[in-house]
Write a protein of this length. Structure first.
Length: 433
């Protein structure tokens, strides 16, 4: 069955989630904004008017909905009429098949209300046909560790989008990994077995984080290990310092992994991005940085398994693809890609934003980008390091592609850019030299 059209639909749906679908920094950590001191006191203490609030959500003006939600968050969190008004507003938006920011905010605010009598209805939102509502509720309730939410979150695996979209699967695995619960461990072990590539890595990493176990991407080892411990396992006894240290090393894996500059390549849908700006002509022992990069690329490509898909991008002030889309890791495609890489030469400036943007658009279900750079952004659409990190993270939020950044002699703002890109995009920063 050709799943590409379904995958494209799923990606468009995820784009509407506005970087909120279960990112590492979830909505539950979002602090309530302080009251605006410029608002007259009379307007700050105005009683909550539920009819007026819900009527706002009958219309289409996002600015009015945003203003109503601002007032509700700042001044009426404790009002007993707010929960019903929010639920009515959410239902009206869902009935009209809307996916706007106001629906996301209304759902998040409703699910953050810490009232025991609301828990059942909050959990029920995870079952919503509206993906934005379902994932926002899952995000907030998992961050609050609402145990009753785990079952409906696990059931998200049964929806058709789960098979078609990498981002959907990644989001579900990430949210389940927040629960210190035997059922969450069961789910993650199943996902290690069912998946390959980057998602197997994510599930294995979360298992180690939750349990302290060290079976990585080896499902049979996890099954044996967990079977012996499940009935009496105490999550509170995990040595967090030891787990943190363990996660700095590569996860144990079923096969020998490709490696790029020392970084294991778990992904089966991957793009390698090679800096070819003028500074890459710098050499040590007559070996240029670009020569070293191509040699590392050759080792990584040759080790890719036959069922992997890949692409290679070279960039300076312009970005050039080996191919417009991912290609299967056949011997012929590997040879052609290396011929392309050996033809690269070091020249001109560094368009970091453009290279990352191009890489992320190569495939709807891209699992990982390995991004090599040896200098600050000096060309392209965006030059500010802070803005590059912000815009790329926003662009990648609905894709959930892991971005591994490899920085040659990275210091200062340039190093911070690479660190932030990796930290905010499910990857890791690898300093070189």
């Amino acid at each position: 069955m050709n799943t590409r059209p379904v995958a494209r639909v799923c990606r468009r749906l995820f784009a509407s989630l506005l970087a909120v679908v279960v990112c590492t920094v979830g909505l539950a950590a979002e602090q309530n904004p302080p009251p605006d001191s410029t608002i007259p006191r009379s307007s700050r203490i105005r009683p909550f008017q539920p009819d007026r609030f819900t009527k706002t959500f009958q219309g289409t003006r996002e600015d009015l909905k945003r203003r109503a939600l601002d007032e509700a968050e700042k001044f009426h969190r404790e009002d007993p009429k707010l929960p019903d008004a929010l639920l009515t507003a959410i239902q009206r938006e869902v009935d009209r098949n809307r996916t706007g920011e106001s629906l996301r905010r209304a759902t998040a605010l409703y699910c953050r209300l810490d009232q025991p009598d609301l828990t059942r209805q909050q959990v029920e939102l995870i079952r919503s046909s509206n993906l934005l509502v379902a994932f926002t509720a899952a995000d907030v309730l998992s961050s609050r560790e609402i145990h009753d939410a785990l079952g409906p979150i696990v059931a998200l695996r049964d929806r058709p989008e789960y098979r078609a979209g990498y981002a959907y699967r990644h989001a579900v695995v990430t949210v389940v990994g927040r629960f210190q619960d035997g059922a969450a461990v069961d789910f993650l072990i199943e996902e290690v077995e069912r998946n390959h590539g980057q998602l197997r890595f994510e599930a294995g990493r979360l298992l180690t984080q939750l349990t302290g176990g060290d079976a990585g991407g080896r499902p049979e080892e996890w099954k044996r290990w967990w079977k012996d411990r499940r009935s009496q396992f105490d999550f509170a006894q995990i040595d967090k310092a030891a787990v943190t240290a363990r996660l700095k090393d590569p996860l144990p894996w079923t096969d020998v992994l490709p490696v790029f500059f020392g970084a294991p390549v778990y992904a089966q849908r991957v793009v390698f991005v090679i800096d070819r700006s003028k500074s890459m002509a710098s050499s040590v022992n007559e070996v240029t940085r670009l020569d070293e990069a191509v040699a590392e690329l050759e080792r990584a490509l040759q080790a890719l398994p036959a069922d992997a898909w890949f692409n290679v991008l070279g960039y300076n002030h312009v970005v050039e693809n080996f191919q417009p889309r991912l290609v299967p890791a056949t011997p012929e495609n590997k040879s052609l890609a290396l011929r392309y890489a050996h033809a690269l030469y070091a020249d001109d400036r560094t368009a970091i934003y453009d290279a990352l943007e191009t890489a992320l658009l190569v495939d709807d279900n891209l699992e990982a980008v390995y991004f090599l750079s040896d200098g600050e952004p000096t060309a392209g659409q965006v030059l500010s390091p802070v803005e590059i990190a912000h815009q790329i993270t926003q662009m990648n939020a609905p894709r959930r592609t892991a971005i591994y950044t490899l920085g040659i002699d990275a210091t200062g703002q340039y190093a911070q850019l690479l660190v932030e890109l990796a930290k905010s995009n499910f990857g890791a920063f690898i300093p070189l030299r």
